[in-house]
Design a protein around this ligand. Structure first.
Ligand code: ADP
Ligand code: MG
Ligand code: ZN
Length: 626
C-alpha cells in the first residue's frame, strides 16, 4: 500500500522550467541535425536537374508543395564514412507540365506528398516528438532520484513519496505458533482483548497502553510474537524495521514516521510494529558521532506517540535486544509503557517449541523430544527451529522417509560444534593428543560429583574449529549453580590440557577455547557472584548488552582490578592442580579409554562408563549414568 501523495505547490514552476529546458534541448538537437543533413542536400537549378534526368543519374524524385527533393543514383554517390549515402538535391518547383514524362523517361521513381502536411509533419518530427521523449526521460530520472532520496518532502522532491510502509492484512500467525513464552503472551493478550472489545475498557475508563516493547535475546520469537498479536486481534499489521527510517538525508526518516502514523490512525484499530527499534531509539545524549537524522526521526517518533489517542486502537509494538541503549524518553509511561520480556526458553519451553516445529515433520517412533530439549540448553526458538530442519534434511540425505533421534542429535552437534569435517586428516600423533585431551575432559567430568554426565566423545574434526569434543548433557535443567559446581566445571575444562601434560608432557594450542571459558567463569565467580574470600560480596563487574553476547564492564579501581586478576589466577591454578591429580590417579582408565577412542573416533557415554568401570570395581561408583 504505497502512500500516494503528489507534491502540489511546486507543480507549475516545475512545468515551466521543464518546457524551457525541452525547447533549448530540441533547438540544439535540431541545429545539429540540420548541420549534418545539409552536407548532402545542396540546391541546384531546374536546368541542372533536367540535365541529371537526361544523364539518367536520378534515382528518385520527391514532389513537395514548393520543391522537389532529388536523390542521385547510388553508384555515383560519394563515399561517406563507412557507408555510402546517396546525394540529395533540392530543386525549386517550376511549372513544367512535362515533368512527369521526363521523370518516367529517365527511369526514376517519383513520389509526391499528396497532402499538404509537410510543414506540420516536419514540426512534429523535429520539435514535438523530441520534447515528449525528453519529458519522459527527465521524469523517469527525477522519479528514481526522488526514490533514492526516500521521497521525503521539501523542494527536492519531484516524484512520489515512496516510503515502504505496508499493512499486512493477515499475518497468518497466532499465539498457538509461539510456544514457551507464556508470560509474554499473557501480557500481550490484554492488548488483543482491548482491540477486540474496546468498549469494555472505555466504559470503566481504562486506557489501552500505547506501546509495548518486546525485549530479549535474538531468535527468541519477538518478531513472531508481534505478528501473533496482530493475527489474534485480527487487525492490520504495519511492520517496519528501525533501519527503514534511517536514511542518508536528514528529514526523510521523520517524514516516514509521520506517514506511518497518519496511515495507522486512518486504519485504526491496527498494530504498528517497529522491529529492531534501537536503530532509531538510541539515546541522544551520546555526543560522539551524533546523528542528526536519527535524532530527528526519534523526535518525530516521540511526538507522534504523544500525539495520537490510544482509545482509537492504535497499538505500537517495538522489539529490541538492546534495551539499555534506548532513549529514556522513549521508555517513559505514555510511550512504550509496557515492557514484555522474551527470554530464552527453559526446558519445558524448549519442548513445546520443538512440538510446534515438528508438527510439519514426519517423525519415527524413537524420537524423544524431552531428550532433545534437555540437550539444547541455552538454545533460543530460532535455534530449535533450525535443529528440526537440519534433522529433517539429514533424514532426506540418508534416504529415510522419517526423522529419527539420531538425526536430531547430529543436528544439535552441527548447531553447537559445526559440521563434521571428514577431509581434515589428523596425523597419528595429533589424533593421539586430541584423544587424550578429550578423554581428560570426560574423566574429570565423570569423576567429580556435581558435573553433568558425558553423552558422547568424538575426535572427528568439525568446521567450527574444534578437533574433537566431549558432549555433556544435564540430567535436568538448573537455574542456580553453586560455587562447588562452578569450580568442578572449571576443573573439567582444564582437564583437557592437563591430560596432555600428564601423558605427553607437552602443551598444545588445542586448549585455547577451554582456557578462555575457564577464565571467564573464574572471573565471574570473583567479580560478579561474590564467591571469593578476598572480595566477599563486592560487585566488581557488571554486564552490558545482556541480551547480546554481553561484555563485562569494570566497576572498580585499577588496583582492585589487578587483585581480581590474582584471585582469578588462584582459582585457575587450584583447579588445574586438581585436574592433574584426578588424571594421575586414574591414568589406567585414561589410557584405556583413549585407545578405544583413537580406534573408534566416537564413543557414547555408555561405552565410556563401561570402560571406566571395568578396572575399578573396588573404587567408588561415580553417581552418573548415561
Ligand atoms: P527475534 O526474537 O530475533 O525477532 P524471531 O521472532 O524472528 O526472533 O524468531 C525466528 C524464528 O524462530 C521464528 O520464525 C520461529 O520459527 C522460531 N521461533 C522463535 N521463538 C519461537 C517460539 N517461542 N515458538 C516457536 N517458534 C519460535
Ligand atoms: Mg526479530
Ligand atoms: Zn578441550
Amino acid at each position: 500500500m504505497p502512500t500516494g501523495k503528489e507534491p502540489k505547490g511546486n507543480d507549475t514552476r516545475t512545468l515551466m522550467s521543464f518546457i524551457i529546458m525541452a525547447v533549448i534541448f530540441t533547438s540544439v538537437i535540431n541545429i545539429f541535425m540540420a548541420a549534418s543533413t545539409s552536407r548532402h542536400s545542396q540546391e541546384i537549378s531546374y536546368t541542372q536537374f533536367l540535365e541529371m534526368l537526361e544523364d539518367k543519374k536520378v534515382d528518385t524524385v520527391e514532389r513537395q508543395v514548393d520543391r522537389l527533393i532529388v536523390t542521385e543514383k547510388q553508384e555515383d554517390s560519394e563515399q561517406v564514412g563507412l557507408y555510402s549515402k546517396p546525394n540529395t538535391y533540392i530543386v525549386g518547383m517550376v511549372d513544367d507540365p512535362e515533368l512527369t514524362d521526363r521523370i518516367i523517361e529517365a527511369g526514376a521513381n517519383q513520389y509526391s506528398n499528396v497532402e499538404n502536411n509537410s510543414v506540420i509533419y516536419e514540426f512534429m518530427v523535429s520539435w514535438v516528438l523530441p520534447s515528449i521523449l525528453i519529458y519522459a526521460v527527465v521524469t523517469l530520472l527525477m522519479r528514481s532520484f526522488a526514490k533514492r532520496m526516500g521521497g521525503g518532502g521539501g523542494p527536492m522532491s519531484f516524484g512520489k513519496n515512496t516510503a515502504k510502509i505496508y499493512a499486512q492484512k493477515e499475518t497468518g500467525v497466532t499465539f498457538a505458533d509461539v510456544a514457551g513464552q507464556e508470560e509474554a503472551k499473557e501480557s500481550l493478550n490484554e492488548i488483543v482483548d482491548f482491540l477486540h472489545q474496546p468498549d469494555k475498557y472505555n466504559a470503566i475508563g481504562a486506557k489501552l497502553p500505547k506501546g509495548a516493547l518486546l525485549v530479549g535475546p535474538p531468535g527468541t520469537g519477538k518478531t513472531l510474537l508481534a505478528k501473533a498479536v496482530a493475527g489474534e486481534a485480527n487487525v492490520p499489521f504495519y511492520s517496519l524495521s528501525g533501519s527503514d527510517f534511517v536514511e542518508m538525508f536528514v528529514g526523510v526518516g521523520a517524514s516516514r514516521v509521520r506517514d506511518l502514523f497518519k496511515q495507522a490512525v486512518e486504519n485504526a484499530p491496527c498494530i504498528v510494529f517497529i522491529d529492531e527499534i534501537d536503530a532509531i531509539g538510541k539515546s541522544r545524549d551520546n555526543q560522539i558521532g551524533g546523528n542528526d537524522e536519527r535524532e530527528q526521526t526519534l523526535n518525530q517518533l516521540l511526538a507522534e506517540m504523544d500525539g495520537f489517542d490510544s482509545s482509537k486502537g492504535v497499538v505500537i509494538l517495538g522489539a529490541t535486544n538492546r534495551p539499555e541503549v534506548l532513549d529514556k524518553a522513549l521508555l517513559r509511561p505514555g510511550r512504550f509503557d509496557r515492557r514484555v520480556i522474551v527470554e530464552k526458553p527453559d526446558l519445558k519451553g524448549r519442548k513445546s517449541i520443538l512440538e510446534v516445529h515438528v508438527k510439519s515433520v514426519k517423525l519415527s517412533d524413537d524420537v524423544d523430544l524431552d531428550a532433545i530439549a534437555l540437550a539444547t540448553s541455552g538454545c533460543a526458538g530460532a535455534d530449535l527451529a533450525n535443529i528440526v530442519n537440519e534433522a529433517a534434511l539429514r533424514a532426506v540425505r540418508l534416504g529415510r522417509d522419517k526423522v529419527n533421534q539420531g538425526d536430531f542429535m547430529e543436528a544439535i552437534e552441527v548447531i553447537i560444534a559445526g559440521k563434521e569435517k571428514k577431509d581434515r586428516i589428523l596425523t597419528e600423533k595429533e589424533k593421539e593428543i586430541v584423544s587424550y585431551h578429550e578423554v581428560g575432559h570426560a574423566l574429570a567430568a565423570a569423576l567429580q560429583k556435581n558435573t553433568m554426565p558425558v553423552q558422547k566423545i568424538t575426535i572427528v574434526p568439525r568446521t567450527m574449529g574444534s578437533l574433537g569434543y566431549t558432549m555433556q548433557m544435564p540430567e535436568e535443567e538448573k537455574y542456580l549453580m553453586s560455587k562447588e559446581e562452578m569450580l568442578e566445571q572449571i576443573t573439567t575444562l582444564l582437564a583437557g590440557r592437563s591430560a596432555e601434560e600428564v601423558i605427553f608432557n607437552i602443551c598444545t594450542t588445542g586448549a585455547s577455547n577451554d582456557i578462555e571459558r575457564a577464565t571467564a567463569m573464574a572471573r565471574a565467580m570473583v567479580a560478579q557472584y561474590g564467591m571469593s574470600d578476598k572480595f566477599d560480596m563486592m560487585g566488581l563487574e557488571s554486564i552490558q548488552n545482556r541480551y547480546l553476547d554481553g561484555r563485562n564492564v569494570r566497576n572498580c579501581a585499577e588496583v582492585t582490578s589487578a587483585e581480581v586478576d590474582s584471585e582469578v589466577l588462584k582459582i585457575i591454578t587450584e583447579c588445574h592442580k586438581k585436574a592433574v591429580d584426578i588424571l594421575k590417579n586414574n591414568e589406567d582408565a585414561l589410557h584405556r579409554i583413549a585407545k578405544f577412542l583413537i580406534e573408534k573416533e566416537t564413543i557414547t557415554g555408555k561405552e565410556f562408563m563401561d570402560i571406566l568401570n571395568e578396572g575399578k570395581e573396588e573404587e567408588v561408583e561415580p553417581e552418573v549414568e548415561a
